[in-house]
Design a protein around this ligand. Structure first.
Ligand code: MSP
Length: 464
């Protein structure tokens, strides 16, 4: 076994049913995890649900359920969906798990004891949708950029985390670790944000307003702000602080998140780790948004894409391949079903499917399904550069996978598939088969083709 590999997805809010936007990062995590297993690394794959806060409480009320019954119900939808998408996570963390709550409290206490959390009265603009205060600078025309509503002015006493104290440290850390946040555009976005003075983070909510949360260990009248609670899942699932998993998998983690949650992951999380005296995570991999026919996916517009529906129509392999091939990791993509149909017909049925079926049929027809024995001298003569192409393909694929460039990994694989199809056309095995004297040539050609299929099977295995 070589280096350990730890992959996480965001933990999903349970105020909505799982959709394509949740399936994408989880399939990415599964693909990269299977790839690392294939190169025999020790891997750990974590996903889960984010279950505290006002948003969840209101969603529960709307359905006439207690928060507990409601979070159990929706969390189960996520948990049951993943195996149906062939996702093999090792653990499923819920922020309402006792194991998680204990760790959140201990981290809060550590940071509080060392003086990085203080109590203060605060008046500010609060967006109930986001469950957080906004500074004037962050508002767009006086409105919350996510909810397009004017936040309400609230005055209350709360606990604050001294993020400002760590601002310069974070800038230096990101500069010293150029691939900590990738692709580069998101690293630049975080650095640009850090050019302005960083505000301290309000990490509590009074129970008079919100009860559904983790009680602060040092004040029973307050619960913990959902983001401070949620980010800690990445280590509570490893049985921090004493667990073997924590020792093995921290800090070699690879986080996957979408661009909308860059700030909590690129700013709050490293500062929380630093303040708690813990090593900083190694990589944050940031992807873009799936839009539907150019507009944002939303329940109100009614254009939410359901992963299971697509799987039932097109099959799981086509669905997973489409997600990996179509979106350039880091950029936004527009989902449309015609594109999925086109990829299924051209890439999967024509290119990949035909190649496999042609080769396997010929091996059965000419050699009764047995891999032919070959003469090395003829092999050299008839290879036509195919083995060099295979080696280049594997190298390109590995390079792409190391950067989470799934679309690129698929592109190089399909270039090789096309070279294999050309190899068949050029060597014309059906003509070789007509002549007994060209039997050794036929053996070599089919042997090479089978070897190519073996390589392709490995390259597509993490996805299909
Ligand atoms: N609970 C927080 C994450 C806490 S992680 C410590 C959260 N949850 S979420 O359910 O709203 O979103 C989870 C992830 O799914 C986010 O990265 C989000 O951006 C991603 N997606 C949700 N909709 C999406 C698209 N339409 N396209 C791509 N990903 C999107 O945020």
């Amino acid at each position: 076994m070589s280096a350990p590999f730890y992959i996480t997805t965001p933990i999903y809010y349970v105020n909505a049913r799982p959709h394509l936007g949740h399936a994408y990062p989880t399939v990415c995590a599964d693909v990269i995890n299977r790839y690392h297993q294939m190169v025999t690394e020790e891997t750990f794959f974590l996903t889960g649900t984010d279950e505290h806060g006002d948003k969840i409480m209101r969603a529960a009320r709307k359905e006439g359920l207690t928060p507990r019954a409601y979070v159990d119900k929706i969390s189960a939808l996520f948990r049951q969906l993943w195996p149906q998408l062939n996702i093999a996570n090792d653990d499923f963390i819920r922020t309402t798990d006792a194991r998680h709550i204990t760790v959140v409290k201990s981290i809060l206490q550590t940071i509080y004891d060392q003086g990085d959390i203080y109590f203060s009265e605060y008046e500010g603009k609060y967006c109930f949708g986001c469950e957080r205060f906004y500074t004037e600078r962050e508002l767009v025309d006086g409105k919350c950029p996510d909810h397009d509503v004017e936040p309400e002015t609230i005055k209350e006493s709360n606990y604050f985390f001294k993020m400002s104290k760590y601002q310069q440290w974070l800038i230096d850390h990101i500069k010293a670790n150029p691939d900590m946040i990738r692709p580069e555009r998101y690293r630049n976005e975080v650095l640009a944000f850090l050019r302005e003075p960083l505000d301290d983070l309000c990490i509590s909510r009074p129970k008079s307003r919100i009860k559904w949360g983790i009680t602060l260990p040092f004040d029973k009248d307050y619960v913990t702000y959902v983001w401070f609670d949620a980010l800690i899942n990445y280590i509570s699932a490893l049985d921090f602080p004493a667990g073997d998993k924590f020792k093995t998998y921290w800090p070699v983690v690879q986080h996957i998140v979408a661009k909308d949650i860059l700030k909590p992951h690129g700013i709050y999380w490293p500062i929380m780790l630093k303040a708690a005296g813990l090593p900083i995570y190694q990589h944050l991999n940031v992807h873009g948004y799936w839009n539907v026919d150019q507009s944002k996916m939303s329940k109100t517009i009614g254009n939410v894409v359901e992963p299971l529906q697509l799987k039932n129509i097109y099959g799981l392999d086509a669905f997973r391949y489409f997600l990996m091939r179509e979106m350039v990791f880091g950029l936004d993509s527009s989902f449309n079903e015609e594109a999925l149909v086109l990829r299924t017909n051209t890439d999967l049925a024509n290119d990949l499917g035909n190649l496999f079926s042609r080769v396997v049929t010929m091996v059965h027809k000419y050699f009764k399904g047995v891999v032919p024995v070959i003469d090395p001298l003829i092999e050299q003569e008839l290879s036509l550069g195919l083995s060099e192409k295979a080696a280049q393909t594997v190298a390109g694929y590995q390079h792409a996978m190391s950067r989470f460039a799934f679309h690129k990994a698929m592109t190089v694989t399909w270039e090789f598939i096309n070279q294999m199809n050309k190899y068949i056309d050029v060597t014309a095995p059906w003509t070789l088969a007509k002549n007994k004297s060209s039997r050794p040539q036929l053996q070599v050609v089919l042997y090479n083709l089978l070897e190519g299929l073996r390589v392709i099977a490995g390259l597509v295995y993490p996805v299909m």
